[in-house]
Design a binder for this molecule. Sequence first.
Ligand SMILES: [Zn+2]
Ligand SMILES: [Zn+2]
Length: 350
Amino acid sequence: MKVARIIKTKEPLKIEDIATPKPAGEQVLVKVESAGVCHSDLHLWEGGYAGPQGVFMKVEDRGVKFPLTPGHEVAGSIVEVGDKVSGYKKGEKVLVYPWIGCGVCPACKAGEENVCDAPRSLGVYQDGGYGEYALVPSYRYLVRLDNLDPSAAASLACSGLTAFTAVKKAQVKDGETMVIIGAGGLGLMAVQIAKAITKARVAIVDIDDKKLAEATRLGADVVVNSGAGDPVQNVKGLTNGLGAEAVIDFVNNAKTAPNSFNMLRKRGRMVMVGLFGGSMELNLPLIPLRAFTLTGAYTGKYADLVELVEIAKKGKIQSVVSRRFKLDEVNAALEELKGGKIIGRAVINP
Ligand SMILES: [Zn+2]
Ligand SMILES: [Zn+2]
Protein backbone atom coordinates (compact mmCIF):
# COMPACT_ATOMS: atom_id res chain seq x y z
CA MET A 1 0.00 0.00 0.00
CA LYS A 2 1.05 3.58 -0.59
CA VAL A 3 1.64 5.87 2.39
CA ALA A 4 2.87 9.47 2.72
CA ARG A 5 5.44 9.79 5.47
CA ILE A 6 7.33 12.50 7.28
CA ILE A 7 10.88 11.20 7.18
CA LYS A 8 12.45 14.32 8.63
CA THR A 9 10.80 17.53 9.85
CA LYS A 10 10.58 20.43 7.39
CA GLU A 11 11.38 18.14 4.44
CA PRO A 12 8.75 17.09 1.88
CA LEU A 13 6.74 14.02 2.82
CA LYS A 14 7.78 10.91 0.93
CA ILE A 15 5.41 8.49 -0.78
CA GLU A 16 6.46 4.95 0.11
CA ASP A 17 5.13 1.58 -0.88
CA ILE A 18 4.95 -0.67 2.18
CA ALA A 19 3.37 -4.02 2.99
CA THR A 20 -0.36 -3.71 3.82
CA PRO A 21 -0.73 -4.69 7.49
CA LYS A 22 -2.79 -7.73 8.42
CA PRO A 23 -5.11 -7.11 11.39
CA ALA A 24 -4.78 -9.45 14.38
CA GLY A 25 -6.77 -9.74 17.62
CA GLU A 26 -8.87 -6.61 18.12
CA GLN A 27 -7.24 -4.77 15.20
CA VAL A 28 -9.18 -3.52 12.20
CA LEU A 29 -7.86 -2.60 8.75
CA VAL A 30 -9.66 0.43 7.32
CA LYS A 31 -9.49 1.47 3.67
CA VAL A 32 -8.98 5.21 3.94
CA GLU A 33 -11.55 7.11 1.92
CA SER A 34 -10.74 10.43 3.47
CA ALA A 35 -7.97 11.77 5.69
CA GLY A 36 -8.35 15.33 6.93
CA VAL A 37 -5.39 17.69 6.64
CA CYS A 38 -5.12 19.39 10.01
CA HIS A 39 -3.07 22.25 11.42
CA SER A 40 -1.49 19.84 13.88
CA ASP A 41 -0.09 17.91 10.91
CA LEU A 42 1.71 21.14 10.07
CA HIS A 43 3.09 21.32 13.61
CA LEU A 44 4.39 17.75 13.21
CA TRP A 45 5.89 18.55 9.85
CA GLU A 46 7.53 21.71 11.18
CA GLY A 47 8.67 19.83 14.26
CA GLY A 48 6.98 21.83 17.01
CA TYR A 49 5.14 24.82 18.48
CA ALA A 50 6.09 28.39 19.40
CA GLY A 51 6.32 28.59 23.19
CA PRO A 52 7.02 31.48 25.59
CA GLN A 53 9.61 34.08 24.54
CA GLY A 54 9.97 32.49 21.12
CA VAL A 55 11.16 29.16 22.57
CA PHE A 56 10.36 26.35 20.13
CA MET A 57 8.60 23.38 21.80
CA LYS A 58 9.80 20.35 19.82
CA VAL A 59 7.37 17.52 19.16
CA GLU A 60 10.26 15.08 19.46
CA ASP A 61 10.66 16.16 23.11
CA ARG A 62 7.03 15.10 23.58
CA GLY A 63 7.72 11.58 22.30
CA VAL A 64 6.98 11.90 18.57
CA LYS A 65 9.30 9.72 16.47
CA PHE A 66 10.06 9.94 12.74
CA PRO A 67 9.55 8.52 10.17
CA LEU A 68 5.82 8.84 10.76
CA THR A 69 2.69 8.50 8.65
CA PRO A 70 0.56 11.43 9.86
CA GLY A 71 -3.21 11.70 9.59
CA HIS A 72 -5.50 11.56 12.62
CA GLU A 73 -8.81 12.37 10.86
CA VAL A 74 -9.49 9.05 9.23
CA ALA A 75 -12.75 7.89 7.70
CA GLY A 76 -13.29 4.94 5.43
CA SER A 77 -14.58 1.41 5.25
CA ILE A 78 -13.60 -1.76 7.06
CA VAL A 79 -11.77 -4.20 4.78
CA GLU A 80 -10.49 -6.78 7.26
CA VAL A 81 -10.90 -7.52 10.97
CA GLY A 82 -8.83 -9.46 13.52
CA ASP A 83 -10.16 -12.63 15.15
CA LYS A 84 -11.20 -10.84 18.38
CA VAL A 85 -13.26 -8.10 16.73
CA SER A 86 -16.93 -8.10 17.54
CA GLY A 87 -19.83 -5.96 16.39
CA TYR A 88 -18.20 -4.74 13.18
CA LYS A 89 -18.03 -6.32 9.78
CA LYS A 90 -16.37 -5.77 6.40
CA GLY A 91 -17.74 -2.94 4.28
CA GLU A 92 -19.06 -0.82 7.17
CA LYS A 93 -18.28 2.90 6.96
CA VAL A 94 -16.48 4.13 10.03
CA LEU A 95 -14.77 7.12 11.56
CA VAL A 96 -11.65 6.36 13.60
CA TYR A 97 -11.18 7.79 17.10
CA PRO A 98 -7.47 8.65 16.93
CA TRP A 99 -6.70 9.85 20.48
CA ILE A 100 -5.60 6.49 21.76
CA GLY A 101 -4.14 6.23 25.25
CA CYS A 102 -2.17 3.72 27.30
CA GLY A 103 -5.32 2.16 28.74
CA VAL A 104 -4.08 2.09 32.35
CA CYS A 105 -3.52 5.69 33.56
CA PRO A 106 -6.24 7.58 35.49
CA ALA A 107 -7.35 9.52 32.39
CA CYS A 108 -7.71 6.34 30.32
CA LYS A 109 -9.59 4.64 33.16
CA ALA A 110 -12.01 7.58 33.16
CA GLY A 111 -12.56 7.14 29.42
CA GLU A 112 -10.56 10.26 28.58
CA GLU A 113 -7.79 8.72 26.50
CA ASN A 114 -7.23 12.06 24.76
CA VAL A 115 -5.50 13.35 27.90
CA CYS A 116 -3.58 10.14 28.64
CA ASP A 117 -0.24 10.41 30.45
CA ALA A 118 1.44 8.25 27.79
CA PRO A 119 -0.51 8.91 24.57
CA ARG A 120 -0.31 6.70 21.51
CA SER A 121 -2.49 8.79 19.20
CA LEU A 122 -2.84 7.68 15.59
CA GLY A 123 -1.01 9.90 13.15
CA VAL A 124 1.02 11.45 15.99
CA TYR A 125 2.70 8.73 18.05
CA GLN A 126 1.92 5.86 15.69
CA ASP A 127 1.17 5.67 11.99
CA GLY A 128 -2.08 7.30 10.90
CA GLY A 129 -4.26 7.86 7.88
CA TYR A 130 -2.12 9.43 5.15
CA GLY A 131 -2.18 6.18 3.23
CA GLU A 132 -4.37 3.78 1.32
CA TYR A 133 -5.10 1.80 4.49
CA ALA A 134 -4.87 2.46 8.21
CA LEU A 135 -4.44 -0.18 10.89
CA VAL A 136 -6.66 0.67 13.87
CA PRO A 137 -5.39 -0.96 17.13
CA SER A 138 -8.89 -1.93 18.30
CA TYR A 139 -12.47 -1.96 17.04
CA ARG A 140 -13.29 -0.05 20.25
CA TYR A 141 -11.96 3.10 18.53
CA LEU A 142 -14.43 2.96 15.65
CA VAL A 143 -17.58 5.04 15.28
CA ARG A 144 -20.22 4.00 12.74
CA LEU A 145 -20.93 6.59 10.05
CA ASP A 146 -23.91 4.92 8.38
CA ASN A 147 -24.94 7.41 5.65
CA LEU A 148 -22.62 10.26 6.64
CA ASP A 149 -20.14 11.22 3.91
CA PRO A 150 -16.64 10.11 5.04
CA SER A 151 -14.99 13.28 3.69
CA ALA A 152 -17.36 15.54 5.60
CA ALA A 153 -17.15 13.36 8.71
CA ALA A 154 -13.34 13.03 8.89
CA SER A 155 -12.70 16.32 10.67
CA LEU A 156 -15.24 15.49 13.38
CA ALA A 157 -12.49 13.29 14.89
CA CYS A 158 -10.28 16.30 15.53
CA SER A 159 -11.57 19.83 14.99
CA GLY A 160 -15.20 18.83 15.54
CA LEU A 161 -14.38 16.92 18.71
CA THR A 162 -12.16 19.73 19.99
CA ALA A 163 -14.91 22.29 19.43
CA PHE A 164 -17.44 19.97 21.11
CA THR A 165 -15.22 19.52 24.18
CA ALA A 166 -14.57 23.26 24.41
CA VAL A 167 -18.27 24.11 24.23
CA LYS A 168 -19.02 21.52 26.93
CA LYS A 169 -16.22 22.89 29.15
CA ALA A 170 -17.65 26.40 28.80
CA GLN A 171 -20.68 25.09 30.79
CA VAL A 172 -23.01 27.88 29.76
CA LYS A 173 -26.55 28.06 31.07
CA ASP A 174 -29.60 29.24 29.13
CA GLY A 175 -29.36 32.88 28.14
CA GLU A 176 -25.71 33.28 29.15
CA THR A 177 -23.21 34.77 26.72
CA MET A 178 -20.52 32.58 25.16
CA VAL A 179 -17.82 34.35 23.19
CA ILE A 180 -15.93 32.42 20.55
CA ILE A 181 -12.58 33.86 19.51
CA GLY A 182 -11.63 33.05 15.91
CA ALA A 183 -13.97 32.19 13.03
CA GLY A 184 -11.72 29.58 11.44
CA GLY A 185 -12.75 25.95 11.02
CA LEU A 186 -12.86 25.32 14.78
CA GLY A 187 -14.70 28.51 15.65
CA LEU A 188 -17.34 27.95 12.96
CA MET A 189 -17.84 24.38 14.14
CA ALA A 190 -18.15 25.64 17.73
CA VAL A 191 -20.88 28.09 16.70
CA GLN A 192 -22.94 25.25 15.22
CA ILE A 193 -22.34 22.95 18.19
CA ALA A 194 -23.17 25.72 20.67
CA LYS A 195 -26.44 26.38 18.85
CA ALA A 196 -27.18 22.64 18.75
CA ILE A 197 -26.52 21.79 22.41
CA THR A 198 -26.93 25.03 24.42
CA LYS A 199 -29.36 27.92 24.70
CA ALA A 200 -26.58 30.46 25.19
CA ARG A 201 -26.21 33.67 23.22
CA VAL A 202 -23.26 33.02 20.91
CA ALA A 203 -20.95 35.91 20.00
CA ILE A 204 -17.96 35.43 17.73
CA VAL A 205 -14.90 37.61 17.33
CA ASP A 206 -12.68 37.73 14.26
CA ILE A 207 -10.90 40.27 12.10
CA ASP A 208 -12.30 38.99 8.79
CA ASP A 209 -15.82 40.13 7.80
CA LYS A 210 -16.21 37.25 5.32
CA LYS A 211 -15.61 34.69 8.06
CA LEU A 212 -17.96 36.59 10.37
CA ALA A 213 -20.66 36.50 7.68
CA GLU A 214 -20.20 32.74 7.49
CA ALA A 215 -20.54 32.58 11.29
CA THR A 216 -23.84 34.47 11.06
CA ARG A 217 -25.06 32.06 8.40
CA LEU A 218 -24.22 29.16 10.72
CA GLY A 219 -26.19 30.66 13.60
CA ALA A 220 -23.98 33.12 15.55
CA ASP A 221 -26.17 35.65 17.35
CA VAL A 222 -23.61 38.47 17.46
CA VAL A 223 -20.46 39.13 15.45
CA VAL A 224 -17.63 41.39 16.60
CA ASN A 225 -14.94 42.57 14.21
CA SER A 226 -11.81 42.93 16.35
CA GLY A 227 -10.29 45.24 13.74
CA ALA A 228 -13.08 47.79 14.25
CA GLY A 229 -12.73 48.91 17.86
CA ASP A 230 -11.69 47.24 21.09
CA PRO A 231 -13.20 43.72 21.21
CA VAL A 232 -13.13 43.73 25.04
CA GLN A 233 -15.23 46.90 25.19
CA ASN A 234 -17.53 45.53 22.49
CA VAL A 235 -18.19 42.35 24.45
CA LYS A 236 -18.72 44.34 27.65
CA GLY A 237 -21.15 46.52 25.72
CA LEU A 238 -23.18 43.41 24.92
CA THR A 239 -23.33 42.37 28.57
CA ASN A 240 -24.25 45.56 30.51
CA GLY A 241 -20.55 46.19 31.10
CA LEU A 242 -20.17 42.94 33.05
CA GLY A 243 -18.44 40.62 30.58
CA ALA A 244 -19.25 37.18 29.22
CA GLU A 245 -19.90 34.05 31.27
CA ALA A 246 -17.59 32.05 29.01
CA VAL A 247 -14.93 32.75 26.39
CA ILE A 248 -13.48 30.02 24.17
CA ASP A 249 -10.22 31.11 22.57
CA PHE A 250 -9.51 29.11 19.43
CA VAL A 251 -6.52 31.32 18.61
CA ASN A 252 -5.02 31.57 22.09
CA ASN A 253 -1.94 33.60 21.27
CA ALA A 254 -0.23 36.51 23.00
CA LYS A 255 -2.72 38.95 21.48
CA THR A 256 -6.05 37.15 21.87
CA ALA A 257 -5.55 35.48 25.27
CA PRO A 258 -5.30 38.72 27.33
CA ASN A 259 -8.41 40.01 25.56
CA SER A 260 -10.27 36.79 26.29
CA PHE A 261 -9.29 37.07 29.95
CA ASN A 262 -10.45 40.68 30.13
CA MET A 263 -13.84 39.84 28.59
CA LEU A 264 -14.80 37.54 31.46
CA ARG A 265 -17.55 38.29 33.90
CA LYS A 266 -17.11 37.38 37.59
CA ARG A 267 -17.17 33.57 37.88
CA GLY A 268 -16.39 33.45 34.14
CA ARG A 269 -14.75 30.52 32.43
CA MET A 270 -11.97 30.86 29.87
CA VAL A 271 -11.39 27.79 27.71
CA MET A 272 -8.04 27.86 25.91
CA VAL A 273 -7.84 25.77 22.77
CA GLY A 274 -5.65 27.37 20.07
CA LEU A 275 -2.03 26.36 19.61
CA PHE A 276 -0.85 29.51 17.88
CA GLY A 277 1.74 29.97 20.57
CA GLY A 278 3.19 32.66 22.79
CA SER A 279 2.57 33.57 26.42
CA MET A 280 0.59 36.04 28.50
CA GLU A 281 1.01 37.90 31.76
CA LEU A 282 -1.72 37.20 34.30
CA ASN A 283 -3.06 39.75 36.74
CA LEU A 284 -2.96 37.24 39.60
CA PRO A 285 -5.23 38.97 42.17
CA LEU A 286 -8.03 39.09 39.59
CA ILE A 287 -8.28 35.31 39.41
CA PRO A 288 -9.33 34.89 43.09
CA LEU A 289 -11.14 38.25 43.36
CA ARG A 290 -13.29 37.52 40.32
CA ALA A 291 -13.33 33.74 40.83
CA PHE A 292 -12.32 32.96 37.27
CA THR A 293 -11.76 29.46 35.92
CA LEU A 294 -9.07 29.01 33.28
CA THR A 295 -9.03 25.66 31.56
CA GLY A 296 -7.55 24.00 28.50
CA ALA A 297 -9.28 21.70 26.04
CA TYR A 298 -7.43 19.19 23.91
CA THR A 299 -9.45 17.10 21.44
CA GLY A 300 -12.00 14.97 23.31
CA LYS A 301 -13.03 11.57 24.60
CA TYR A 302 -14.40 8.63 22.61
CA ALA A 303 -17.89 8.89 24.12
CA ASP A 304 -18.11 12.51 22.98
CA LEU A 305 -17.12 11.58 19.43
CA VAL A 306 -19.95 9.05 19.35
CA GLU A 307 -22.33 11.78 20.59
CA LEU A 308 -21.01 14.29 18.04
CA VAL A 309 -21.42 11.88 15.12
CA GLU A 310 -25.05 11.41 16.21
CA ILE A 311 -25.55 15.20 16.13
CA ALA A 312 -24.03 15.25 12.62
CA LYS A 313 -26.36 12.45 11.50
CA LYS A 314 -29.30 14.67 12.50
CA GLY A 315 -27.96 17.35 10.12
CA LYS A 316 -27.33 19.89 12.89
CA ILE A 317 -23.68 20.51 12.02
CA GLN A 318 -21.90 20.67 8.71
CA SER A 319 -18.19 20.70 7.99
CA VAL A 320 -17.18 22.32 4.75
CA VAL A 321 -14.76 20.32 2.59
CA SER A 322 -13.26 22.88 0.25
CA ARG A 323 -10.25 21.09 -1.22
CA ARG A 324 -9.51 17.49 -2.14
CA PHE A 325 -6.06 16.08 -2.82
CA LYS A 326 -4.70 12.74 -3.97
CA LEU A 327 -2.17 11.04 -1.72
CA ASP A 328 0.79 12.04 -3.91
CA GLU A 329 -0.34 15.69 -3.68
CA VAL A 330 0.11 15.67 0.09
CA ASN A 331 2.93 18.23 0.09
CA ALA A 332 0.84 20.67 -1.92
CA ALA A 333 -2.00 20.17 0.59
CA LEU A 334 0.24 21.02 3.54
CA GLU A 335 1.75 24.03 1.72
CA GLU A 336 -1.72 25.40 0.94
CA LEU A 337 -2.80 24.97 4.53
CA LYS A 338 0.37 26.65 5.74
CA GLY A 339 -0.21 29.55 3.37
CA GLY A 340 -3.69 30.07 4.84
CA LYS A 341 -5.28 29.37 1.46
CA ILE A 342 -7.77 26.80 2.67
CA ILE A 343 -11.18 27.93 3.92
CA GLY A 344 -13.01 25.06 5.59
CA ARG A 345 -11.33 21.68 5.38
CA ALA A 346 -8.90 20.01 3.00
CA VAL A 347 -8.95 16.24 2.76
CA ILE A 348 -6.80 13.61 1.13
CA ASN A 349 -8.74 11.04 -0.85
CA PRO A 350 -6.08 8.36 -1.46
ZN1 LIG B 1 -6.29 17.63 13.96
ZN1 LIG C 1 -3.44 6.47 29.57
